[in-house]
Ligand binder design. Structure first.
Ligand SMILES: [Zn+2]
Length: 294
């Protein structure tokens, strides 16, 4: 990861970048808030728009399993409960105690750091090798109140739908939290990569539902280069996702998730963005981009 004060912001602007997405890990935002705010001010000064991507924070937003969250250790009673009855390393988005803390943390971040909006990166419920969450008391109560029957022990279509609705409400709450600070703050949801088969069990796999979420202004489509040729997927595979966003009139970002950005990939990314009608491309590998440009 690049150190914030080493990133040449004007240079990025000169390369045609319009905005940057600043990852805001829970621990860093807690201990290094002033540095984060200063960096964001410098980016504004250089003419770059800023989006904040909170990570950690109970790990309902979970783009990377390696990102720590102190919250998980201090609030074990609000963690998701899996189908074996064990707590997982993710807070439950239906637990009101977690929601209150999360909303408060996002309000603090929005006060502290001046940005155009927030990116809600990879919202998800826990699922691993057939074990799923959440069966905490709040989820059980919510499910049975809506369905008129107890929460099943297996991942039935009704349970999958319940998890999707739960994440939709979580995103609405997240958007409402930052807009209580500034009504203009935008929300962009970056669901887990839709072409990854495991995404179907996260609860954030229904793009029509995500696009219809009234709190979200834009959607970010995360793609990862794969295979021996390290190529991007064909646009046909991604059309249903871009169409879901377009049907709701929501702009799409193409988010190229790679640590190894090279010229062919940049070229392919630009073509794919055009084919999908994406409004913006996000290059996740800042270091690679810089190496390439020198
Ligand atoms: Zn729960």
């Amino acid at each position: 990861m690049a150190r914030l004060d080493e990133i040449p912001l004007s240079w990025l602007r000169d390369q045609g970048m319009d905005f940057i997405v600043i990852s805001c890990p829970e621990d860093e935002a807690r201990w290094e808030a002033e540095r984060l705010a200063a960096f964001t001010r410098a980016a504004a000064h250089a003419g770059l728009d800023r989006y904040l991507a909170p990570t950690g924070y109970g790990k309902v937003l979970d783009p990377d399993p390696a990102i720590p969250s102190l919250y998980l250790h201090t609030h074990p009673q609000t963690l998701q409960v899996d189908s074996r009855g064990r707590r997982c390393a993710k807070a439950c988005p239906n637990d009101p105690r977690f929601l209150e803390w999360f909303a408060g943390s996002m309000r603090t971040l929005a006060w502290m750091v001046e940005a155009r909006g927030f990116v809600w990166d990879a919202p998800s419920f826990y699922h691993s090798r057939g074990v799923w969450a959440c069966r905490c008391s709040y989820c059980q109560r919510l499910f049975s109140a809506a369905a008129g029957q107890p929460l099943p022990r297996s991942l039935t279509p009704e349970v999958l739908d319940f998890r999707r609705r739960s994440l939709s409400l979580f995103l609405l709450a997240a958007a409402a939290a930052i807009q209580s600070v500034d009504r203009r703050l935008q929300s962009v949801v970056a669901p887990p990569p839709p072409l990854d088969p495991s995404t179907s069990t996260t609860g954030a796999d229904d793009w029509r539902q995500l696009a219809a979420n009234a709190g979200m202004e834009s959607l970010a489509l995360v793609v990862t280069p794969e295979g021996r040729g390290y190529r991007l997927p064909e646009s046909d595979l991604l059309q249903p996702h871009s169409q879901a966003a377009a049907a709701e009139g929501k702009p799409l970002w193409l988010w190229l998730a790679t640590e190894q950005l090279h010229p062919e990939l940049v070229h392919e990314g630009r073509i794919l963005a055009r084919q999908l009608g994406a409004e913006a491309v996000v290059w996740s590998d800042y270091e690679g981009f810089r190496r390439r440009k020198g």
